[in-house]
Design a protein around this ligand. Sequence first.
Ligand code: ANZ
Ligand code: ZN
Length: 821
Amino acid sequence: EGVYSFAAMEAKWPQVWEDLKVFTPVDDGSRERRYVLDMFPYPSGDLHMGHAEAFAMGDVVARYLRQKGFDVLHPIGWDSFGLPAENAAIKRNAHPSEWTYTNIDTQAASFKRYAISADWSRRLHTSDPEYYRWTQWLFKRFYERGLAYRKDSPVNWCPKDLTVLANEQVVNGACERCGTPVTKKSLNQWYFKITEYADRLLDDMSELQGHWPERVLAMQRNWIGRSEGAHVRFVIEAAGGRPEKEVTVFTTRPDTLYGATFFVVAADAHLALDLVTPEQHDELMAYREKVKALSEIERQSTEREKTGVFTGRYAINPLNGEKLPVWAADYVLADYGTGAIMAVPAHDQRDLDFAKAFGLPVRAVLDTGAEDPAESGVATSGEGTLQNSGELDGLSKAEAIPAAIDILEKLGTGEKFVNFRLRDWLLSRQRFWGTPIPIIHCAECGEVPVPDEQLPVVLPSDLRGEALAPKGTSPLAAAAEWVNVECPNCGRAAQRDTDTMDTFVDSSWYFLRFVSPHYTDGPFDPAKINEWMPVGQYVGGVEHAILHLLYARFFTKVVHDMGLLDADEPFSALLNQGQVLNGGKAMSKSLGNGVDLGEQLDKFGVDAVRLTMIFASPPEDDVDWADVSPAGSAKFLARAWRLGQDVGSEPGVDFSAGDRALRAVTHRTIAEAAELLDNNKFNVVVAKLMELVNATRKTIDSGAGGADPAVREAAEAVAVILSLFAPYTAEDLWNQLGHPASVANAGWPVHDASLLVQETVTAVVQVQGKVRDRLEVSPEIAEDALRELALASENVQRALDGRGIRTVIVRAPKLVNIVPA
Ligand code: ANZ
Ligand code: ZN
C-alpha cells in the first residue's frame, strides 16, 4: 500500500490472470469473434527489443477489442524449424531440438512476464510432430492437385549454407540469411506451383487495399510482375548437322518485330547447348563456365560490359523472313519468359549495348522524334509512328501492338501472352531441421506419397552434431534406417525423400492451426475454422512483405479451393511496426549498440517499457531507444496509479452529480481514444490519457477532492484505457478502486455525448452603448481573444461604418463595449 512497485505487481498478477483464463476466448458464439495475430517468433535466444515493440502493438489491438466486447483469439506459438538450430547443434554436438526447445522455454517465460494477453492453451511449435504431421498432410493435398512437383532446373545455391534457396530468399543476388552471393546449380527439386495462382494473388490485392500498407502491396505486385505481351515462335534453321528447331520468345513489344536484328538465348539454359553448332561448342562451354561463376548481382548489373557467344545458328523472323544470328548471352535470364528473346537494339537499351559490343545492325522501327539510336547509342521507347515495318507502317505504337499480334495469330506463329515474373516456389532444402517431405521413391512405382495414416514422417532422433554438417546433400540421407523403407505401393525396397521443407511452408498455415491446435482429425477443426478466419489484424515486420505474406496468401487460396475454408485471403488487415533503433541505427553486435530487453525490464518494469514503445511514435515508425524515456513512462504510471489511492467514493456511485468539467474531459478522452485506436494511432491515445490523469489530479487537489464522483469515473476510465498499454499498473489501479480482476474484461466505457458539448456563455457586443451582436464564447475566454472576436463581427463593422476606434472596453466573458473615434 502506498508505494508504486512494478516488481510487486509483476509477481502478483500473472497467476491471477492465468487462473481466471482472462485471455482464453469463450469460443461459443455468444460474442462476436475477432482474431488478432502477431507474426510468431523464431526461437533464437531470448526476446529482444524488436519483439517487445511488435508484441506490444499487437497486444494493444487484442486488449482493445476485448474491452469492446469481442471474443478475441490472440494465440502464440513458435516457428521452430530452421538453420540456426542446426548450426548450433553442429557446434555443440547436440540435436537441434535441444537448442530449439530451450530457447522456446526462455522466450515463453519472457512473454509471460511481458504480459502478452495470449491464450497459452493454444501454444504450438512447428517442429512438433503433431504440427508437422499436418504440414505433411497439406503437402500431400498439394501434390494430389498437381501443385507440388519435382523438376530439374538451375536453382539458387548458397555456397556457404550449402543449400538451395527460393527466389524470395535471394536479396540483391545474395543469400537472405548469410549475405553470401548466390550461384546457380542444376538440381532436381520440389516446387509449389504458386505461378498457377499468380493472377488471383494479384487481383485479390484489391480486397486488401486500404487495409494493408501500400508499400507491401506494391512489393507483392512487383514481385508477381505481370507483363502483357506476346509469344512469338521463330524457326531456327538447321546448321552444322543440327536439325531445324522452333524457339518461342516472350516480348512485350511485338510492334517492334521488324526491328529485330538478332536473337539471344540464355547462355546457361539447356537450350543454348541444344542449339550450338559443333564449331561453336567449345567457345560456348568456356563461356558458360564463366557465367556460372558470376553472382546474380553481377549478371544483372547494367554497368557491366555485354558478353556473349555466337551459336552458329540463324532464326527466321516470322513476319519478314529475315535471318537473325542466334547468340548465347548472360544478360538474357534462363528463368524469365522463355529464356530466349528477339533483340531489338533500336528500342531496348540492353540489346543496343550488346549490338554495339558485337557490331550487330541497329534498325529503328518506331519514329519517336528522337535521334536515331544507331547514332546516339540511346534506345528509344516512347510513343511514336511505325516505320520500316511493312503492313504496320504508319500505325502508332498502341495500334501496332494488337495489329502485330493479329498478324502473328493469322500466321499461326504467335499469340497474345501474359507473362509473370513470379516463379514457382522451390521448397526442398538439403538440411535436417525441417519437415520431412512425405514421399517415398520406388524404383518400380516412382514417387509414392506416404499414406495419410502413416503421417507424420518423424525426423530421426539419432542424428546430431557433425552428422548434420552441410555437405550439399541432405544429412537425412545418412540415416540408413530411416531412409530405407518398403514401398507403400508394391512392398519392394524403397527410399524416403531425404529433403526437408523450406520453413516458410510451416509458417504458411500456422494461423489456421491456431484455431484448433489440438485437433487430431485434420489440420484444423472444420466446425471452427470459419468462425475465426480470416485474421482481423495481423502485426509484423515489413521484411516479410514478399516471402511469408505471399506464401500465406497462396496457401490460404489453395486450402480455400480444397473446400476447407471460406476465406480466400488470410489477413484482412496488416500493421507493419517500425524498428527499434539505438542512436538512429539498427541495433547490432558490430555497432555494439544493442539494448538488452531483460535489463530494461528489470530497471523500469514491463509496463514502462511497453508504454514507452507505444508512446514513442506512431506504430509504423521507428523507435529510437536513445531518444525515449522509460523513466518518464514509469513516473507517469506511478502518477496514474496514485489516483486509486485518492478516490473517495465507492464503486457504483452515481457519476452524474460529479464535477462537470472533469466529466467532460473523461468522456472526451473515451470517445477520442476509441477513434484513435480504430485508426492505429496508439501513441496519441497515450498522450490523451496523460491529459486525463492530469485533469483528475487537479480535481482531487481542489474543491470536492477525491470524494467527487467524477474522480472515480475518471480513474476507472484511466484504468481501462491504460490496460491496453500497461496491464500491471491498470490491474492494480482497478483493484485499488475496489473491482475484482480483471480490468482486461471491464468493458470499454460508454461515453455520454451530451457531456462532450462544451459549455458556452453569451458575450454582448455594443457599439456606442447599442447592442450590435451576441457571441457564443467559452467561459474561460481571454480578454484579447474576445476583443478580436468582437472587432471581427460583421454587424460591428457595419455599425462602425468605416470610423476608427477610440477605445474598447472588455469585460470577459460577458461584455465588449466599443467606442468609435
Ligand atoms: C523485344 C523488345 C523490344 C523488348 C523492345 C523490349 C523492348 P518485362 O517488361 O520485364 O516483362 N526479355 C524477355 N525475356 C527475357 C529474359 N529471359 N531475359 C532478359 N530479357 C528478357 O520485359 C519483357 C521484355 O524483356 C521482352 O520484350 C524482352 O525484350 C525482354 F523495344 O522483346 B522485349
Ligand atoms: Zn513400389
